[in-house]
Write a protein of this length. Structure first.
Length: 508
């Protein structure tokens, strides 16, 4: 593709990229330094926009250095905060490529290569999910929340086709109207409730299904709740099962849930935004047998466990894109001219958006670069590390200030635990939660480690706030995790020296 045609804009790009290549790789090198902060202190930044002339290349590198210096450092193995981590280097190249092409994946002709790749990657993921090869397809959305929302909208319009034109007012005027209801576990991500808000279902019609002690949806309770809803004149139509809940990493029992859905004609969606890749790529006894194929739709976020840069989320549809087009398509003729009849249709009309990034290119490129085995190994290693870390926490000896206690055996790659102040008790106490929040805040304020906390309700009651560390980055090692536990102990020591009663709390 080399060309000798004079081109000023190409020269400008070349010069910028040459410098960027150095600045970016230096940034990654310094971010991986054992002393590098994870949350740098934000000094006074000059964020003004020049009124007249811009600063050009001469000034921009200072700005980029400033941004890098002030950014949260996801490349550090001590970034153990949310459910994503550093991208892979090829992921960064993929992100740059998508920016370079600036193709819009709404209509085929605007991004033929993007469309072909999206189609291929969607089918490949669907194959891993063991969806029927002749029908299944997938599309990217800007995040798991949007994928989940689209699944709900498709299910809603399939069950209540009159909504597309008449809306709720039109449907209710029909006289036969029954209240649409959806079901999701008490541990599901909030995006399901947001989707219910966006889809006009309303929060009061989202039924929260209790979980078992491990945080998995109780399928018997689901059946009872669905049947109660029908008996009370409601119209259940959608169940969301989670593959890897946000906090405990639980996998809802899909086989049992699928039976309830089949018995009552409900759409079964699986939100695998977090744990989906574990089900797709795992040969693990537990997760490798997870039957995603029993779902009607399935969300998976390569931007979480697979190291693709934010954002890259797929919604896979067992019956292909036709139900999406039917539910959401309008066929605006000024934009959609029918795609390329021999190759692929335009896909944008199947979504609630217009312009779309060809995010699938990022996953495709990374998958070609690394191969499937890389993901199998990476995910197996993350899972093994989570189990080893849980063992480390359980086996760690107490200090004079407290002891360690695991919340539960990890079911995906999140590890949840407490540093229990004082002597351990048989049941979790409110002071445990107070201690977690205090320790987390102080530790994070020092900038060297970034950890997070969460809480959940179990059948026996709410748990006090605990540490939740998602293990995602391949750079994290057992040594990293041992040093985080030591840092928590040191922080407990420092806080107690400042105030010996600091961990005493009267509420969680
Ligand atoms: C289970 C689950 N579903 C959905 C989401 C939302 O995904 P996104 O942040 O890509 O919108 C998350 C985010 O953490 C999640 O854990």
């Amino acid at each position: 593709m080399e060309s000798t045609v004079p081109c000023k804009v190409a020269d400008e790009l070349e010069e910028l990229l040459r410098e960027a290549s150095q600045v970016f790789s230096d940034y990654v090198r310094s971010s991986r330094d054992p002393q590098a902060p994870v949350i740098p202190r934000i000094e006074k930044l000059n964020l003004t926009i020049p009124e007249e002339d811009g600063m050009g290349a001469a000034g921009i590198w200072d700005d980029i250095q400033t941004i890098c210096g002030a950014a949260t450092n996801t490349w550090s193995e001590r970034f153990l905060y949310k459910l994503y981590a550093s991208p892979t280097p090829i992921g960064v190249v993929g992100e740059a490529l998508v920016g370079l092409l600036n193709n819009n994946a709404h209509v085929f002709q605007a991004s033929p290569i993007g469309a072909l790749i999206e189609d291929k990657v969607g089918r490949q993921l669907a194959e891993l999910a063991k969806f029927p090869a002749d029908t299944a397809a997938g599309l990217t959305f800007p995040g798991g929340s949007y994928s989940n929302m689209h699944a709900l909208m498709v299910a809603r319009n399939r069950r209540f086709p009159e909504l597309k034109r008449g809306g709720f007012a039109g449907a209710m005027a029909g006289g036969e109207w029954r209240r649409p209801m959806i079901f999701t576990s008490a541990h599901a991500h909030y995006s399901i409730e947001k989707a219910a808000v966006a889809a006009g279902i309303g929060l009061d019609n989202v039924v929260s299904v209790p979980t078992d002690a491990a945080g998995r949806m109780d399928s018997h309770a689901l059946r009872v709740l669905v049947e109660q809803a029908i008996a009370n004149g409601g119209a259940p139509f959608f169940v969301n099962a989670t593959a890897g809940t946000t906090v405990l990493g639980a996998f809802d029992p899909i086989d049992e849930i699928a039976v309830v859905c089949a018995d009552h004609g409900l759409w079964l969606h699986v939100d695998g935004s977090w744990g989906g890749p574990l089900a797709l790529f795992s040969s693990d006894e537990e997760l490798g047998r997870y039957r995603v194929d029993r779902a009607d739709s399935f969300t998976v976020n390569p931007h979480k466990l697979m190291g693709v840069p934010l954002q890259c989320s797929f919604l896979l549809m067992r019956d292909g894109l036709a139900p999406m087009r039917e539910a959401l398509g309008l066929g605006a003729s000024y934009l959609f001219h029918g795609g390329s009849p021999d190759v692929l249709d335009d896909v944008g009309d199947a979504t609630m958006g217009c312009g779309r990034r060809p995010d699938a290119i990022k996953l495709w490129l990374a998958w070609r670069y690394h191969g499937t085995q890389y993901y199998r190994r990476r995910l197996a290693a993350a899972r093994r590390l989570a189990l080893d870390f849980a063992d480390m926490v359980s086996a760690r000896p107490p200090t004079a200030l407290g002891c360690w206690r695991l919340v539960a055996r990890p079911q995906s790659t999140c590890v949840c635990f407490w540093f229990v102040p004082g002597q351990p008790h048989s049941a979790p106490l409110p002071s445990w939660g107070h201690a977690t929040r205090l320790l987390c805040a102080r530790l994070n304020s020092l900038g060297h480690v970034l950890v997070d906390y969460a809480t959940v309700d179990l059948p026996a009651g709410p748990l006090p706030t605990f540490f939740r560390l998602p293990l995602n980055s391949p750079h994290v090692t057992k040594e990293t995790l041992a040093s985080v536990l030591a840092a928590i102990e040191q922080t407990a020591q420092a806080l107690t020296e400042e105030d010996p009663r600091c961990f005493v709390a009267d509420s969680s």
